[in-house]
Design a protein around this ligand. Structure first.
Ligand code: DAH
Length: 376
């Protein structure tokens, strides 16, 4: 048997050329796999040649074996290269077919014939304040509606018989209703529907080391019902704990927030000394408005809008945080209240009445979520 190119015998060179042609003709991975199996598979052509080595006369067997092995290596390389080429081409084709024009504006909605859904004004306010505080580096924290006495009162420096407990018109629940982790944490006091979002201050501080910067939008509950009170309402709590935090940080943060939220760049903001058990000193925050017209930012009247203060050292200590090393501020405000003020809504009750006319009037566009770039 004369040696061909690269020391390969003519039959092997022919086999190689044929396989190459078959690979070139295979334009998808299925056809490619047929060539692969037909060559390298158990009953493939190369496998057959290797099996036949035993019948080759002894003096030619060594050369023949070496040629077959070399050919096997070459064919494996060619087959693999073809697979990569076909996969690359398939990916290119997919990318071309699935190309999206991200510059297209969103389609008008709803689709013809359907009614649009909308974002409830409470949810919208939560989106807006999350965008504003988010830009200041706050994260959102959450906690359960059913709360242990210690989280809702005790750890916040509101002991038994403290008048603040009466102020809260608390809904008490049967023993055993508290969530896991909040049971029997204040000598078996009954669990409550949380009367404010402040317990999430405690939950945050006991579960993560400072520095802390969180807001807590959520549902709260008090046994109270009239045009401006509902037994279920919403608050947003804020908590910042770090080294060297001062009243100046509190004031700057809240002034920026209120001016951004009400979209009044020079909204007058007043800090007034007050009392909360969990802050020292405590301050109530007022914004300037005209009581007669309800217009914000104009006029000589003040409207109380939120409570705030420097976190009481005892509250920090209750959470295992050393008040000599860490300081912070906290604040809490009513979400319905700031929503009503921003939009000039006179009554709180329609928020929960599911009156479709009211909802259609006040709903916001779900395709235009609140963001600072939208001018919140
Ligand atoms: N938890 C208070 C309430 O519901 C509001 C509040 C006042 C929260 C002052 C705070 C704060 O974090 O510092 O009436």
């Amino acid at each position: 048997m004369p040696d061909g190119v690269h020391g390969m015998t003519d039959d092997l060179a022919g086999f190689r050329a044929e396989t190459e042609a078959q690979l070139a003709a295979a334009t998808d991975l299925r056809a490619w796999d047929t060539v692969r199996v037909g060559t390298l598979g158990k009953n493939g052509r190369l496998t057959g040649l290797l099996k036949g080595l035993g019948q080759v006369p002894a003096e030619q067997r060594k050369d023949r074996g070496a040629s077959l092995n070399r050919l096997k290596g070459e064919l494996e390389g060619l087959i693999e290269a073809r697979r990569l080429a076909l996969e690359g081409a398939a990916l290119e084709a997919r990318l071309a077919a699935e190309r999206l024009d991200v510059t297209l504006p969103p389609r008008p909605h709803p689709p013809a014939g359907a009614e649009a859904g909308g974002i409830h004004p409470i949810s919208r306010t939560i989106e807006e304040l999350t965008a504003i505080f988010g830009a200041m580096g706050f994260r959102v924290a959450e906690g359960p509606d059913i709360e242990g006495d210690w989280y809702n009162f005790g750890a916040l420096n509101i002991p038994d018989h403290h008048p603040a407990r009466q102020d809260h018109d608390t809904f008490y629940l049967p023993a055993g209703a508290a969530p896991e982790g909040a049971r029997d944490n204040n000598f078996g006091r009954r669990p409550v529907l949380r009367t404010h979002t402040s317990p999430v201050q405690i939950r945050t501080m006991v579960s993560q080391p400072p520095p802390i910067r969180v807001i807590v939008p959520g549902r709260t509950w008090r046994a109270d019902h009239d045009a401006t009170h509902s037994p279920m309402f919403h608050q947003v709590e804020g908590l910042v704990i770090d080294r060297g935090i001062t009243l100046g940080h509190l004031k700057g943060c809240l002034i920026d927030f209120l001016r951004a939220f009400f979209a009044i760049g020079d909204l007058p903001v007043r800090f007034r000394a007050s009392y909360f058990p969990f802050t020292e000193p405590s301050m109530e925050v007022d914004i300037g408005w005209n009581r007669k017209t309800g217009e914000l930012g104009k006029g000589d009247d003040w409207l109380e809008i939120l409570g705030s203060g420097m976190v009481h050292p005892r509250v920090l200590a209750n959470c295992g945080i050393d008040p000599r090393e860490w300081q912070g501020f906290a604040f809490g405000m009513g979400i319905e209240r700031i929503t009503m003020l921003k939009h000039g809504m006179p009554d709180l009750r329609p928020f929960y009445e599911s009156d479709l006319r009211w909802l259609r009037h006040w709903a916001s566009d779900p395709l235009a979520p609140a963001s600072l770039t939208e001018g919140v």
